[in-house]
Design a protein around this ligand. Structure first.
Ligand code: PYC
Length: 317
């Protein structure tokens, strides 16, 4: 039996409203110490093979979001985390944070209560409720520009808002599509074309950051739910969850339009029917969204990285 050079990675897999999170709890790369943002830079430049090995095919798939559990620099934090996907890294991830908290609870590392987590975009707080639900206090969210028009080849002029919810989003209310699972291919083509058109037109977030998430809204299917969405993620997979950062961007836009305020509850349904609850706190004019949802652990596993395997480091997406 060949065992030379084999590397073993311990993971806990969960899903949040259908969207998977693969939490790496052991066997990860040595990224040194310092702030998580610095460790992310080293991950990106020196150890990117590990990202691909964990989430890309044949071990993963385009839809899997990875989360590398890190020692926090700030000792008041229960954990540090770096989120990644099939094509790169995420500063923040709402469904992934809910998955992280549920996984830490599953591992017996945390109990119900408030927990601080270090991310590349700063320290955030998450609450594990006795019910098992998790509330994520997300980063400040805001609308950068309203009613931005872009010419999208094959689809014509599309109008939407550019907003930040921890990632950059283009939010589209007016379109001709039904947000149904049977239309996923068409929805993907449309939102991907919008993303390309935004890039071609140099429509960006702050500091010329690419808008790498496109979000469509439609009528909810579930009574008591405000809206349904379809969210295209950076690597062309769609979010099975209602997207924590996308829901945060939506709340910021609703607030900017005077349609939502502190004390209100927004129920956002995903294309698969899972629901997040969103609320905001407004402090000195800034919107701080909180997103509540549930995650379930569905696997504890060991990944095997065999250097003889030609696809040991995954098939690049
Ligand atoms: O929940 O924030 C989120 C998210 C981002 C990408 C996939 N899920």
């Amino acid at each position: 039996m060949h065992g030379g050079g084999i590397r073993r990675i311990q993971v806990v897999d969960s899903h949040t409203g259908g969207e998977p999170t693969r939490l790496v709890i052991g066997g990860g790369p040595d990224l040194g110490g310092g702030p998580i943002s610095e460790r992310l830079k080293r991950f990106r430049t020196e150890k990117d093979y590990f990202r691909s090995a964990v989430v890309n095919e044949p071990r993963g798939s385009d839809v899997v979001v990875g989360a590398l559990l890190c020692e926090p620099q700030d000792r008041s934090c229960v954990a540090g985390v770096i989120f990644f996907n099939n094509v790169g890294y995420l500063g923040m991830c709402g469904h992934g944070t809910i998955g992280l908290v549920a996984s830490l609870a599953h591992m017996g590392r945390i109990d119900a209560g408030d927990h601080q987590i270090e991310t590349p975009v700063g320290v955030i707080t998450a609450t594990l409720h006795e019910s098992g639900e998790v509330t994520v206090n997300n980063v400040v969210s805001y609308r950068r520009s309203a009613n931005v028009s872009v010419e999208v080849p094959r689809f014509g002029i599309v109008c939407g808002d550019v907003a930040w919810g921890g990632n950059w989003f283009f939010l589209i209310e007016k379109h001709d599509f039904e947000l149904e699972l049977k239309n996923v291919e068409l929805l993907t083509q449309y939102t991907w074309a919008v993303r390309q058109a935004l890039k071609a037109a140099a429509i960006t977030g702050d500091h010329e950051q690419e808008i790498d998430h496109v979000e469509l809204f439609g009528r909810a299917k579930t009574p008591g739910v405000n809206s349904r969405n379809f969210v295209l993620c950076p690597g062309k997979a769609y979010d099975r969850s209602p997207c924590g950062t996308g829901t945060s961007a939506k709340l910021a836009c609703l607030y900017a339009d005077g349609k939502f305020c502190q004390g209100d509850v927004w129920r956002q349904e995903s294309i698969v029917g899972s629901v997040f609850e969103g609320r905001i706190t407004v402090h000195e004019g800034c919107v701080y969204p909180t997103i509540t949802g549930s995650a379930f652990v569905n696997s504890e596993a060991e990944l095997v990285l065999d250097p003889r395997d030609p696809f040991c480091n995954g098939i690049p997406a």
